[in-house]
Design a protein around this ligand. Structure first.
Ligand SMILES: *[C@@H]1O[C@H](CO)[C@@H](O)[C@H](O)[C@H]1NC(C)=O
Length: 128
């Protein structure tokens, strides 16, 4: 009886960890569209709308090297497509950003004109 119960406990624990476990998710920005100047101005807003971003997750931006970059910016820079901090620009694809902190996070392509044409992403990250 005891080995059977132990097996039960172990399998229940495994199922519970699959259901409730906080395994990190890699979110591929724009899914198959990747990180582009979108034809649809709402592409990235639509992409975020059915997702939950949790501390520990990461964003993966895919683009052909040399065409775009990913620059993490302030909300104000996101709104105005301005870059006041060059430190966070990643030019190599895939560009991976770990979501280490809860709150709002903003990303743009800093190549001239791209952000103005809606290559920009705003997400809200919840605590893990
Ligand atoms: C971009 O360049 C990096 C560094 O050379 C390389 O590892 C990566 O595979 C390249 N990405 C693409 C999408 O070609």
């Amino acid at each position: 009886m005891a080995p059977f119960n132990l097996k039960m406990v172990v399998s229940i624990a495994m199922v519970a960890s699959m259901v409730f476990g906080s395994s990190a998710i890699q979110h591929t920005v724009g899914d198959a569209s990747g990180w582009v100047i979108p034809d649809n101005p709402n592409l990235y807003a639509d992409w975020t709308s059915n997702k939950i971003f949790t501390v520990g997750d990461s964003l993966v931006f895919n683009f052909p090297n040399g065409t775009h970059d990913v620059t993490k910016v302030s909300k104000d820079d996101y709104v105005h497509c301005h870059v006041s901090n060059r430190g966070s620009t990643v030019r190599s694809s895939p560009a991976i950003f770990n979501l280490n902190r809860p709150g709002s996070h903003f990303y743009i392509c800093s190549v001239e004109g791209h952000c103005a044409f809606h290559q920009k992403l705003a997400i809200h990250v919840v605590g893990g």
